[in-house]
Design a protein around this ligand. Sequence first.
Ligand code: HEM
Length: 403
Amino acid sequence: MDVDKSGLPPRIEAHTLTMLNDPYPKYAELRQAGALCRGGPAQWLVTRYVDVAALLSDPRLAHQFPEAYHRFSAGDTPIRSFFQRIILGRDRPDHTHLRRLMGQAISPGLVRRLHADITTLVDDLLLNAQAKGTLDLVADIAFPLPVMVVCRLLGISADDQDEVRPHAIDLGKAFAAVVPEQERLAGGRAVTWLRAYIDELLAQRRRRPGDDLLSRMLTAEDDGRRLTHEDIVDNAVFLFFAGFETTTSLIATGSAALLQHPDQLALLRRQPTHIPHAIEEFLRYDAPVQVTARLTKQPIAIAGRTIKPGRVVVLSIGSANHDERQFHNPEQLDVTRDPNPHLSFGGGIHYCLGASLARIEATVLFTGLIERFPTIEPAGAPVRQLGASFRSFARLPVYLSDR
Ligand code: HEM
């Protein structure tokens, strides 16, 4: 952080924080320095809980995604239109309509039915893990589970999943804040491939509707209006981003937190009723989505300073979740913490549409891990995945035993 003698708030480029192995001491420093920091050009960074929570719900700010697609402006129209169509980039009143229709499609009934599928998927993954003993928890569990769940959600057959997976991985690269140009181009190609794939799947659902998300998106209706073909395709493709690596990150960071805190793991073994609290605590302690960004639509006062329209306001969810003004002992992992009003699923109109699905995936997985394996120990040094869209691990070697 640059010390500034001008009386202006401190300056820090928000994306540099994603390069830190442990950004939490830096967040604490920034919260202490003031409510507002200067980010990059025309950019502000907000780090305190009360401000982040309020700004997530403030209608005077729009999501920054439509602005972000300008990064692809050099004639790359497929990607531009993708960023424009996805729900996260829409604003009221357009967003309200799309959200109602997508909410009908990702219904509680559909999520309940997926619960049974998730239990079977987790059983298979843990059986495989048991046979291995020593494994990489990221590659063997945290990574495959969410992509299989998104495929089930969209009604993609098990046979196609191996073909789809690399494109789902590449898709994330289109969203990352700092990536080499080559990777960003791979992200763009993934959008084009996944669009064509979903397009074909939709044609099949039109002929033979099923009980999957795509079939539901085709029939969802709000005030006599339905989703357009393009909206269905792009928002289905978006789910590979929204529902995949976020959940991988929760499973990886939650497991790493337990490995680093054996007392908390022992507590969960003694009192498994705390598993749902533990999952909220994993979300708070090391949030998968550390930052989101908004664009001011009109002048707005933040922490006593008037921010002009058209400015990017970066909201640090990771810092808000560790704000000592909101949480008792925020740097401590406490799997019994309740209430736990973390902001890891966002807030306001863009509050995560898959929160209940993510919670189910994590609950089934952590319950299975703890019940099946009396021994869960590190089997090497964990490797952080730095600079990515989500806070996660590249590798997490563990030893699991049923004795
Ligand atoms: C939005 C986090 C899993 C679908 C969001 C937002 C956050 C978030 C922070 C708001 C972003 C913003 O305001 O900029 C997470 C985390 C997850 C997770 C931490 C896992 C632990 C999922 C899953 C799905 C999903 C499994 C669906 C399969 C969505 C959608 C939105 C969203 C569609 C956009 C909602 C809107 O714009 O109205 N998520 N998410 N997410 N999430 Fe999730």
